[in-house]
Design a protein around this ligand. Structure first.
Ligand code: M6R
Length: 614
């Protein structure tokens, strides 16, 4: 949820840390802070609000030069987002500074213990408790690494802790459990970050850490141990994108840039998936053909946009493989005692690979002996590491809080999984699979043509500036698209928006329709006659009650024109692939309407990109 940076090297730590925080700000922007090791003491500054507030505070009261430091950008959990609760937190003697991501569940008990010893805590946070415990350890004469091992072992919950000791400029020490942290490996310098964006301009060599590990970085090296001090090792990897991928590249928002990157992202996620013989090949598929043949049920778990990708996947997997699929919100999954065994494949979809609800759900599934396959965008993240197999999305970094290219590439990965299962189980002929892959390979060009119509969608969005409530309708694979369109509008424009299966409307929600209310309708392709006809009936029903209908329909669909106040054309593709195109105008619509309303599209209120708490 929060963004964390640590640095030790030859450069000015303040510059490295602030730049790292800028790249991580999408993870949380309730407050920001920095701590530097300064000649036997800690120099620190923190401010509520966005990073710009911290930068202004530093400009007004400059920090001393230092080559060792840590920083934090916060998404508030414990305590209001004010200056006092902002990180870093210092021990009472101001010797240790600590930043934290996650929730320390036993903090009340630890706090009571500390206060009983007459130590005064200034903030409402769980973090200050850990800072105080750490400082008490180093004050007893041990080094920061040993102190971190001892403290981390006492904590319950999910946490990444990163700390510096004012008496020891040589090291930055971190601990992680159920919360993200990666090491950036430099030359004469090393880095810590919640994700690689924190240090991508300095190095693309990274070290993935395991669960319950403590890592110490110095200028010359990196040492990893367990919480018990036993030696451990991380996994080295090279980041396959560079700094330019983490820049806006002339766009006003990362989100807009990422929408326009979708043709390339989809093409990249399809790249290298076919063998010389034309067979589908998934390199990171660590499940054997026999294990896949044994699967008799699939449960997809995910949150938010990823959940809607999972809903689309259900249609594709069931249609192409005839394996029954359930789709479930990760946060609900383990609490209903799901029926799982070795023949159930659990598919966890997560762009970040760090979503705590999904992580806990896959752990539950593996305890029940089910195999878990992750669909993920982030190399080095926890969910693929803890899964039996993974399909990487290859979308490149997604920085806008609202997922866009993440959704499209999740869909591609789901289609590939469905086709791969069909190939292994023999539920589709090889030439059928090839035909679908070829249709997928045409999608990037189709997205380009949808994007070419962006100006008209922007104009439409601006015309809806006064809208108080917007409905989205779809059927079949268009239903999750409607849900996704509504989510985009809610999270960016803060407008009440709801997505419905069009056939369900008459069972209640149609009561919401008022004169002039915008209703966006995802119309199924003409080839699916029954579906198409039923959708048209739904549109007629809302028009009869005064709705302003904005219809997304394929080229050549002449029957829709009389029912649409505004008609947005989509290239003709099979119904199962239509979500890849239909969602794009909805993304553009939400982005532009939010922009026109003066909202910060990349950092919508109350949200953070990666939700690492349950
Ligand atoms: O990283 P994940 O895919 O696991 O994230 C899941 C959701 O938190 C995410 O899709 C969220 O709903 C986005 N803000 C949607 O735009």
């Amino acid at each position: 949820m929060c963004g964390i940076v640590g640095y030790v090297g030859e450069k000015q730590a303040q510059d490295v840390v602030i730049e790292g925080l800028r790249r991580l700000e999408y993870r949380g922007y309730d407050s920001a802070g920095i701590a530097l090791v300064d000649d036997g003491a800690i120099a620190s500054q923190k401010r509520a609000g966005k990073l710009a507030n911290l930068e202004k505070a530093i400009a007004d009261a400059p920090l001393p030069p230092s080559t060792t430091g840590i920083g934090h950008t916060r998404w508030a959990t414990h305590g209001a987002p004010n200056d006092v609760n902002a990180h870093p937190h210092l021990g009472g003697a101001r010797r240790v500074a600590l930043v934290h991501n996650g929730i320390i569940e036993n903090f009340a008990e630890l706090r009571a213990r500390i206060e009983a010893d007459d130590h005064v805590l200034l903030s409402e946070t769980d973090t200050e408790v850990a800072a105080q415990l750490l400082e008490l350890q180093v004050e007893s004469g041990i080094d920061l690494t040993t102190a971190m091992q001892r403290v981390a072992g006492q904590l319950e919950g999910a946490f990444t802790l990163v700390a510096v000791d004012g008496h020891d400029p040589s090291r930055v020490v971190a601990a992680r459990r159920n919360s993200p942290l990666v090491v950036g490996l430099g030359d004469g310098e090393n880095f810590l970050g919640s994700d690689v964006a924190a240090f991508i301009e300095h190095t693309r060599d990274a070290l993935e850490l395991g669960q319950d590990q403590v890592v110490t970085i110095t200028r010359s090296g990196v040492e990893v141990t367990g919480f018990d001090g036993s030696p451990a090792e991380g996994r080295r990897y090279h980041v396959d994108w560079d700094l330019s991928a983490a820049e806006k590249d002339g766009h006003d928002w990362f989100m807009r840039k990422e929408i326009f990157e979708q043709p390339r992202a989809v093409a990249d996620s399809l790249l290298g998936r076919r063998s010389a013989e034309g067979l589908l090949r998934l390199d990171e598929m660590r499940l054997s053909d026999q294990e896949l043949r044994d699967i008799d049920k699939i449960i997809i778990i995910a949150c938010g946009t990823s959940f809607y990708a999972g809903m689309v996947a259900k249609y594709a997997i069931e249609h192409w493989t005839r394996i029954p699929v359930e789709v479930e919100l990760s946060s609900e999954f383990r609490y209903r005692d799901p029926i799982l065994d070795y023949s159930t494949l659990v598919v966890a979809i997560s762009q970040s690979g760090e979503t705590a609800d999904t992580l806990q759900a896959i752990r539950h599934a593996r305890l029940q002996r089910s195999k878990v396959l992750a669909i993920c965008n982030t190399n080095g993240s926890t969910i693929p590491r803890e899964s039996d197999a993974v399909i990487y999305m290859h979308a490149g970094p997604e920085i806008g809080v609202a997922s866009t290219k993440g959704f499209l590439t999740q869909l591609v990965a789901c289609y590939l999984l469905a086709l791969y299962l069909a190939q292994v189980k023999g539920t589709r002929f090889g030439d059928e699979i090839t035909e679908i892959i070829e249709q997928l390979e045409e999608i990037p060009a189709h997205i380009e043509s949808v994007l070419a119509g962006a100006d008209a969608i922007y104009e439409l969005a601006r015309s809806q500036l006064g809208a108080r409530s917007v409905l989205f309708l779809g059927r079949h694979a268009g239903y999750p698209v409607a849900l996704e369109g509504a989510l985009k509008l809610k999270e960016l424009a803060y407008i009440h928006a709801e997505g419905f299966a069009a056939g369900e409307l008459k069972h209640g929600p149609i009561a919401l329709v008022e004169d002039g209310m915008p209703v966006l309708c995802v119309v199924p392709p003409l080839g699916r006659d029954q579906l198409h006809d039923k959708m048209l009936s739904g549109i007629q029903e809302v028009r009869a009650r005064g709705a302003y209908t904005i219809c997304l329909a394929e080229e050549g669909d002449d029957r829709i024109a009389p029912l649409a106040d505004v008609l947005i054309r989509l290239p003709r593709v099979p119904v199962l692939l239509q979500p890849l195109l239909a969602v794009v105008p909805l993304q553009l619509f939400a982005c532009e309407l939010a922009t026109a309303m003066g909202h910060d599209v990349d950092q919508p209120r109350n949200l953070a990109k990666s939700v690492t708490v349950e």
